[in-house]
Design a binder for this molecule. Sequence first.
Ligand SMILES: Cc1cc2nc3c(=O)[nH]c(=O)nc-3n(C[C@H](O)[C@H](O)[C@H](O)COP(=O)(O)O)c2cc1C
Length: 395
Amino acid sequence: MINRRQALFGFMQFVAGSSLIRADKKFSELNDPMLRLANVFDFAALAKKKLDPLAWDYLDEGSDDEVALRDSRRAFDDIIIRPHFLDHDVSKIDTSITLFGKKLDQPTYMTVTGGKNCLIANGEEEAALGAGASNSLMITNGGITSTLAKGKGPKNWWQYTTAAEFRTKNQMVNFAEKLADQGCSAISVTVDIYQVSHRERSIHNGFVRNWCQGNGIPRDAKGQLMYKPDDVLWTTGDVPAPRPFPTPTWDTIQRLREISSLPVLIKGVMTSEDTAKAVKYGMSGVIVSNHGARQLDHTGGTIEALPECVQAAGGKIPVLVDGGFRRGTDIFKAIALGATAVGVGRPYLWGMTAFGQRGVARVMDILKAELAADMGMAGVGKISEIDRSYVRMRK
Ligand SMILES: Cc1cc2nc3c(=O)[nH]c(=O)nc-3n(C[C@H](O)[C@H](O)[C@H](O)COP(=O)(O)O)c2cc1C
């Protein structure tokens, strides 16, 4: 017979010698302050400290009353994980997936974010380098050609468009051909941004959106904002002026689909109806997204919209989702609800603001590591083993 003390000692020896603690690090390995940040929220706190308050608001804000922004986090709390054990070997966790014929190390990717220069100089390149270092899929809004040419950017990247820039068939053909030549692996068409939203933190701040195309927030030696006479401030109270050209329709996207040999995805889908149309018009996938709650408010959390979109896709095309994903458990829940992959926006921007490309890579690695641990604790060793039975709704 062994007493309780001996049993506890034996258990501690087992833990110390087992892979259960392989995520721990020795004191000597923790000289790098970045490695002491425990989760992506820690990167957010540091990014907030580093940034001009106007740049932080631009990064953090949603539109109008920010109800959708709050919903995008709150909705995860209504989904409960149902672990079940002994069905699968969890001695080794594989977070990889295959999407459009390419292997991804994890189902989490870096989604498109404009205005990175408000956060850090050469933001798009910095993000691309972080994507390369963490072997992450990235959706870019362009400007990473030289980074790609140096072989340091992401190996797997998709191009963002709103399709509103195509006035002629030729423009569309040129766009599609250039991308294929550059090694792009898919086109992501954002469809929820044909009107400008009211992001009222920025409006109150007297924010000029063009600052993010330049060198960030211009301040004089006293810290006062410096405006140029022709700066255009973000305001409310005017009905949007008519655009000179009609906005894209399903026909536009279908033409792009026909012209391009690359997969085409629609980003900004929030309903079963739009998902069904995406299938009908031959799209390669949909991304369930409310633009990080920065466009139409009161759209709910994207994780709430996911199940109806998955159902409408009927397994014919992959359904991706972004909006509010911060934890391995969030990603796990989306996969259990049928998502193929999960996009993150603000988290990698927090990493980039805090530590540049290293921070981007670290945030992506943290999300992967959290998901891996969560999978093991929920009783699955592979992404394909996660199904609907691993979650239930609270209500
Ligand atoms: C600063 C910022 C800029 C963004 N710019 C774009 C954009 O230009 N095009 C687009 O389709 N989505 C844009 N998004 C939305 C993201 O692609 C994505 O839908 C959203 O950020 C996901 O939510 P998360 O930030 O909570 O992860 C932007 C988001 C942020 C935070």
